[in-house]
Write a protein that binds this ligand. Structure first.
Ligand SMILES: Nc1ncnc2c1ncn2[C@@H]1O[C@H](COP(=O)(O)OP(=O)(O)OP(=O)(O)O)[C@@H](O)[C@H]1O
Length: 342
């Protein structure tokens, strides 16, 4: 992949301030410079898995608030990090999203599934602020976002997007790819960044690859490098922002064992409530778009099923194989018979 392709498909947190040689080598496009994702938010709440405000027939889990006898509605609302409300999106005369509604709460591990071409990547890009909806709203911690994410937006909630292609800069080494944001943005000394890159790579199971070029890595290694890039952070910052990571098919094209490694990495970064260096509270929630059953089972707790422009089913992961919803049943079984037509 060329660096310009990477620029279009990877959206690191960037500053337009200091530009070092890494940037020059990557020949970054203007759009990349604008693709900063710092969004105002003051949300902070203990992690839990709770349900969307839209009822589903198959919910069996009782929320923490119910167990504690607290005001469920109020607490759930304060936990919402991202909400898509009646989101519509067309490309030309092709209508892709036609009224998508869901909420992502603090602490959730959510999967978005559905047939190919149904708009899963599109909704991720809308959540990340790379695409704007034609109609409807995206609320970040209750505040409506207008248009695309820009450099002017205030720090608060980091929304990271890890694309299915891994989208590394071909002309940069692994070290430069992983440390990219820090080399560009941070006040950390270069050797400090280098050490942090090494530690973060070790956290995703990669050692001794810092000086390799992306072309020298396997597909699974590239995905892990992309994952390392998404979890590295600036140690000099006093406040660690809550972060939502969005993964677009992180296990696509990987063998079953490599998939398991990536699934467990995604889960562990989140479930321990720690980043790669053991600091707490970094990855607040994540959303995974996937077709892989293993990823559904292993990496997420709640599922949203997108079909014909809408969320047609949502439920906990264990309900995926038992639901009577005919669309989900057909999808889960891979049958040619059913409401989904190709
Ligand atoms: N920038 C764009 N311009 C025109 N059409 C687009 C654009 N982005 C996506 N599309 C179209 O929108 C539809 C939905 O694409 P999207 O990638 O969101 O689907 P998906 O559900 O993620 O698919 P898959 O599971 O195959 O990855 C597709 O028909 C795609 O061709």
């Amino acid at each position: 992949m060329s660096s310009s392709t990477a620029a279009n498909s990877w959206t690191p947190l960037l500053s337009v301030g200091r530009q070092r040689s890494v940037c020059a080598r990557a020949k970054l496009s203007g759009s990349l410079w604008k693709a900063r994702r710092r969004i105002a938010c003051g949300c902070s709440a203990p992690p839990w898995n709770s349900r969307n405000g839209h009822p589903t027939a198959e919910s069996s889990t009782s929320s923490l608030s119910e167990k504690l006898g607290m005001d469920k509605q109020g607490i759930e609302e304060s936990n919402v990090l991202i909400e898509c409300r009646d989101v519509h999106k067309s490309f030309g005369d092709k209508r892709i999203l036609e009224g998508v509604n869901f909420k992502i709460r603090h602490g959730e591990a959510v999967g978005i599934i559905g047939p190919s071409g149904t708009g899963k990547s599109t909704i991720l890009k809308i959540m990340a602020g790379l695409l704007s909806p034609d109609k409807g709203e995206v609320l970040i911690c209750g505040k409506q976002r207008h248009g695309l994410v820009s450099d002017e937006e205030i720090s608060g909630l980091r929304i990271g997007l890890v694309f299915q292609s891994a989208a590394l800069f071909d002309s940069l080494t692994v070290r430069e790819n992983v440390g990219f944001l820090l080399y560009e943005n941070s006040r950390m000394p270069v050797d400090h960044i280098s050490n942090l890159v090494t530690k973060t790579l070790a956290a995703v199971g990669l050692k001794g690859v810092e000086d390799r070029m992306p072309s020298e890595l396997s597909g699974g290694m590239k995905k892990r490098v992309a994952l390392a890039r998404s979890i590295i952070f600036d140690e000099t910052k006093e406040i660690i922002e809550p972060e939502v990571l969005l993964y677009d098919e992180p296990t696509a094209g990987l063998d079953p064992i490599a998939s398991t490694v990536v699934e467990d990495l995604i889960r562990s970064v989140h479930s321990t409530g720690q980043d790669s260096r053991g600091h707490t509270g970094k990855v607040a929630s994540y959303v995974v778009v996937t077709h892989q059953h293993s990823t559904i089972r292993r990496a997420v707790d709640r599922l949203l099923f997108l079909y014909e422009g809408k969320v047609v089913w949502e439920g906990m992961t264990h309900e995926f194989n038992t639901t009577l919803n005919p669309i989900v049943r057909q999808f889960a079984s891979g049958s040619l018979d059913g409401p989904i037509r190709y």
